[in-house]
Design a protein around this ligand. Sequence first.
Ligand SMILES: [Ca+2]
Length: 713
Amino acid sequence: MGGKGGSKGGNDSGKGTALPIIFDMETGDPDDVLTLLLLAAHSDVHLKAVTISRTGSRDQVALVRWVLSKIGLGHVRVGAQDWPRNFDDPPLKDRFYQGQNFGRLETSKDDCELASQVLVDCCDEHTTLLTGGPVGNLAAALSTEGFRLGRWVAQGGFAGEGVVPQKLQMDKFRGRTYNRTFNFGENPRAASTALKSTKIGHRICVSKNVCHRTWYDDSKSGWHGCVEEAVRTTRDQGGSPVRLKALELIHKVMSNYLKHKPGKMLHDPLAAAVALDRSVCSLKEVEFGSHGDTWGCWLQPGSGTWVSIDYDESKFRSALLGNSFAPQKQVCADWPRSAQSADNAGVMVVGRTSSHGGVPAIILGGRWYSGKKVYAYTDFGGGVERGETPHQGAMRELAEELLGAAESSSEADALACRLCEETASVLVGGAPVVNNGYVIFVVSAEAVLRALSSPCLQVADAASHISAIDQLFAAAKMNKELTSVALVSIEELVLRAENGHGQITPLAVRQLDGRKRVCKDIVLRGVMCGSVRATKGSLLTFCSTPRVKTVSAASIPASQLDFVEKKVLAAARRVRAIRDLEGRDREALQPNQRAKLEGKTEIAEAFLAAMGMLDSHSDVAAKVEDVVSYLSPICRAPDDQIGEVIALEASAAESTQEASAAEAAQEMSQASVAQLPSSMSEDFSTAVLRKEARRRPRGGRNGFERKFDADHQ
Ligand SMILES: [Ca+2]
């Protein structure tokens, strides 16, 4: 135990490998201030800002500013909730915050900012927001247009029965699904908003069921001794002054604390440790819900929200006191050396297509090659840019070509980063394949979808049986590198690439530029034939992997269905509120009412996703018939491109019109815009929600794309 100290410059570098973090804290429980000090002590943390929730008084701000200035981080931006509305609230009474431990820095209204504004300014796709209190500040920031947050690590929530294995349940929580949790319960509306928001890349909730197992005391192998040792090591090794001062202050205030109390649970520090090293806690992907004033969760793959079910005490200590990131699992260490250094790289996206009986298939992009004067199809790839690994380069190309991220944009980089995380340990075939200096990453469409952090879509997917590859195929849009996409059976691909001609009969082709092309057969790009031959082993491995059963509404345990019903009813209420507003004069609406109207698509999607999970026997369906009929019989705009129909729409169709809609959805992906019989497109359009297409004069951008934009702007 103990810090390495070393020659690192301390917590204010803001560059290189430091993890950019904002800490949103309160001053009720002492562990928020401890967390602030632990973050400050960590040389690999770049503390971008500190914001205070509940309530944002002068005394709180004066305390936080004193702590920061005392340890040499006086320049860090500080915000407070509703500042300066609660400026004159009474000072902190808890013994912990008094003079023997902490001082106060003289604070006027100009010395602090509005917390939500600080969050808006400092959060981005690469930043982690750690919250140690109720999340009103985050909720306020989320209401600002353009707000984005890469990761939210919250101390809050509860996981129990159904998520936490029995042997990991604490006696006091045994058998419970729901429990009170202060940080979510104190401002439930804010918690709910943040848990649902698509503006947050992903969420980790370090929950009560695990935090209550932690304990800081001065027993022989306890935390207090470890802090003392970290102080000593930092001093001996000439560690950074910020680190030393922060650790010394922790040791001093906790020595005082332990004179009166036997020990202390470490809620927020555990959340901070997880922010630094995710493997400190075992996590499950879930969805949260409240029940009265209690909170619980259930397994929900693809939600982008993770909850703690267990933790590792030694990792917890070393993450916070060890002063360096715990080494991440180096999956790429096993990759061929040339896969780490090649100049060109690309991605093959594979999956079993539900539109074609579950056949293993690949998505290829098509365009005109003017040099060779041929319209040909290939994988998604290109040159690796400076500073990128081939893996990053390949994923950026995929983000730009198939997933619609603007070329060389920060959204493309951020998405590439998430794609790397999602795919590194689950590459088809276990490692990339190198062929003539081109590194090929074969990835599953499911892994790609996970990186898109579009939980709503994934819920709809799980409930509607539309496979990930079909969703990606349906969502592709035209760009410089891509004017059509083809879905090709892997068996056909391997066979035709091997016989050398590269002439392929695809399962389906979508023209993205509205042009008519004869697509009975398509041509593989010459280099693609070589790539396919090189990756044959990986591709065939994928084909021989047994099919994964999709989650269906029927497989949701009965105990959760009432929650789905509640969700449907709640979403229906919100849709009805919007329907009522639509009838009114827009000019006369309040800003919040207008905002509600603008959120129609998102709410409609949430409703449809919830409907997709609804048990077919539920009588709730009858109660929301008016909402279903309000959302469905919407006429097509004249230039709406039916070829851009989305999976979500198809999922709505499936739940309402079962077979015919499913057939139509299948036809959608098979037929190009021009080939689609108009009668079928009309049938289909009556069955599904023709959302944004109506309002947008051109292009009929689909929900997937809009969500994507919303997630990645
Ligand atoms: Ca706290």
